[in-house]
Design a protein around this ligand. Structure first.
Ligand code: PAF
Length: 289
């Protein structure tokens, strides 16, 4: 375990044993923010909320190989632990769990978590196996950290739905808090992928948020038909030549089943598009109440 200089936070734990010792010295309730590093303002908002609501804050920095379909993407994933720890310290994290692949997946580990059909639609259709990787690592991390509350961003809406589902179905420890998406001034949702956009694609990328806003406005003005809401988003993205649309969705926020016809209840609006080879996603839930 590496205590920061003169006991400064966060304490860095690299093994399960080091984490156990660090956790023994921290009070409950324990907030947990799992990350893959490359921390940005979105992660900071999760850490700050955990800080506000918990007696101690644990974060993990682990680039999880099992959720990458493409080895090149995994290798190219940005890694800067010193910068991440500085961000974590400023946001008030007490403990940073920074495990190796072997610590998370010990030799012989063969159990995986399959969240079922909700993992195979939307992002899951485009990225086969991705959510089994996410669900497996989240189950392992929650088992090791045993948080009272874990914090996930609403931008990764399908991930949040899946995490809620596995926590419920597998009785994993703690509750799950969804946190509002943090956006750039032009509306682009914060994501570590944004750094990979060239300047023109970066400007064009705000189209995802514009599409959500247009659908949200249409919904507020009385358009509750799910097909019409999908069409609104599709039309906005079609007007941006740099964006190649993958999907638009207006779905049940719990089951992720595509909604058909007029909807009285909440609707999860989401979309994915590729700009300059970078796949971006965004989501918002609309509700009449
Ligand atoms: O959202 C992420 O950064 C990752 O999917 C998570 C939840 C840390 C699991 O690796």
């Amino acid at each position: 375990m590496t205590p920061g200089v003169l006991g400064a936070r966060p304490v860095v734990a690299r093994t399960r044993e080091e984490l156990r010792d660090a956790l023994a010295a921290t009070p409950r309730p324990r907030g947990f923010v799992p990350t893959m590093g490359a921390l940005h303002a979105g992660h900071v908002s999760l850490l700050r909320r955990a800080r506000d609501e918990s007696a101690s804050v644990v974060m993990s920095v682990f680039v999880n190989p099992t959720q990458f379909e493409d080895r090149a993407d995994l290798d190219a994933y940005p890694r800067d632990l010193a910068a991440d720890l500085a961000v974590a310290r400023d946001a008030g994290a007490d403990v940073a769990f920074v495990p190796s692949v072997e610590t998370v997946y010990p030799a012989g580990a063969s159990t995986t978590v399959d969240p079922g059909p909700i993992a195979r639609v939307l992002e899951g259709a485009a990225r086969p196996g991705h959510f089994a990787g996410v669900a497996t690592v989240v189950a392992i991390l929650l088992g090791i950290v045993a948080p009272d509350v874990s914090y996930f961003g609403e931008k990764d809406a399908q991930q949040l739905v899946i995490v809620r589902r596995i926590v419920r179905d597998l009785a994993l420890p703690g509750s799950v808090a969804g946190c509002r998406t943090v956006r750039e001034p032009d509306g682009l949702a914060m994501s570590s992928r944004n750094a990979r956009l060239g300047p023109d694609d970066r400007s064009a990328a705000a189209v995802l948020h514009r599409a959500l806003l247009a659908a949200r406005d249409a919904h507020a003005a009385g358009t509750t038909d799910a097909d019409a809401l999908r069409a609104v988003m599709r039309d906005v993205v079609a007007a941006e030549p740099r964006a190649a649309l993958d999907y638009v969705s207006a779905a049940d926020p719990t089951t992720l089943e595509e909604a058909r016809g007029p909807q009285a209840g909440p609707i999860l609006l989401s979309l994915a598009a590729v700009l300059g080879g970078v796949r971006l996603i965004d989501a918002e839930t609309v509700s009449l109440t």
